[in-house]
Ligand binder design. Structure first.
Ligand SMILES: Nc1ncnc2c1ncn2[C@@H]1O[C@H](COP(=O)(O)OP(=O)(O)OP(=O)(O)O)[C@@H](O)[C@H]1O
Length: 322
């Protein structure tokens, strides 16, 4: 469990993080998204005790990070994969960490295999590693203490598509075993395929938060019927806000209060009850998370320091900050 309560941080006149709150539950992967300079790293550094907040606090596994005894046994962190001694081998690096936190050397050897750094690579000096290999080593280091929480800053950086798929499987299995994951990333597609929940920041503030399904489905439902005009009439009579597009599709705005509780099934039943044949019925997530990302960061992502409160944002379907 990670709990972040009203964290704020300024550097001189620059607001890096302003009143950020969210929580990450066991068994879930939370994506922490935002454009460059949005305040992700500063927030992660405050959660992990590396940066002191001006106000607010964060707890991990029930305590402020700095108060955890042997924190690596509770919380695994990957904040900078480059911050590893280049002269040591991958195996020596992991064995040293294992020794420091009271884990057996065999744990290091097992993890090297698990993260895809077999003997040949594990016994080479880290200085010769590619960025993707360093990320794999960094993930192994984060997991070596068998923690219950993982906090990873841009872990997919430098991984090839096979590596990204591997990491996704690894994190999903960690969460399936009850682990909590906070994953900061600007790789929108990667986040979409991996996380259950999203916290999106812009200009140091949370501009959207919620489950992935909730945030994506807030774009609405796309319908296509054999008789689009009859469909529009039925939707109008049902009081459901909708837009008919030139290509013949109709989008029902399920984020509107009048459409509260409306989902694909209720729309399908409504159409069927009027004898309408639907050729298509799906969430309006064609551009998916990318659309969400740009809409919320445009809306709330004033440059850090501009001090624009989240409440000033134009109403947007993605505005479900809780
Ligand atoms: N040590 C520092 N001193 C001064 N300003 C800082 C410091 N650290 C961060 N900032 C500023 O705070 C803001 C947020 O930075 P932060 O690194 O947290 O963003 P980010 O979302 O992690 O960005 P990126 O994706 O580029 O890493 C930026 O405007 C940055 O310039």
């Amino acid at each position: 469990m990670i709990s972040v309560q009203s964290l704020s941080k300024r550097y001189g006149s620059q607001t890096a993080v302003a009143d950020v709150s969210f929580s990450c539950e066991p068994g879930t992967i939370t994506g922490f998204l935002g454009p460059n300079g949005a305040g992700k790293s500063t927030t992660v550094r405050m959660i992990t005790g590396l940066t002191r907040p001006d106000s607010g606090y964060a707890t991990v596994a029930g305590l402020p990070f700095t108060q955890l005894r042997n924190p690596a046994r509770r919380v695994g962190t990957l904040l900078d994969a480059a911050a590893v001694h280049p002269g040591r081998t991958g195996r020596a690096t992991l064995r040293l960490t294992a020794d420091l936190i009271g884990m057996p050397p065999s744990r290091a050897d097992d993890l090297l295999e698990d993260v895809g750094l077999p003997r040949g690579a594990a016994d080479r000096r880290v200085g010769t590693y590619s960025l993707g290999m360093r990320q794999r080593l960094g993930i192994a280091q984060a997991m070596i203490g068998e923690p219950e929480v993982l906090i990873l800053d841009e872990p997919a950086n430098g991984l090839d598509p096979e590596g990204i798929a591997w990491m996704r499987t690894l994190l999903r299995s960690f969460a399936a075993d009850g682990g909590t994951v906070l994953l900061s990333s600007h790789l929108l597609g990667e986040v979409q395929a991996t996380v259950d929940r999203l916290v999106v920041v812009g200009g140091g503030r949370v501009v959207a938060a919620g489950s992935l399904d909730e945030l994506l489905s807030s774009a609405g439902l796309v319908l296509r019927a054999t008789d689009p005009r009859a469909l529009a009439r039925v939707l109008f009579e049902a009081g459901l806000p909708h837009v008919v597009h030139e290509d013949g599709s109709t989008v029902v705005d399920t984020s509107a209060p009048a459409a509260s509780g409306v989902d694909a099934e209720s729309i399908a039943r409504l159409a069927a009850s009027h004898g309408l044949v639907l050729l298509e019925l799906r969430q309006a997530d064609r551009t998916g998370i990318e659309d969400l990302f740009f809409s919320v960061t445009r809306a709330g992502g004033a440059p850090a320091g501009a001090g624009r409160p989240a409440g000033d944002m134009p109403a947007s379907p993605a505005e479900v900050t809780r």
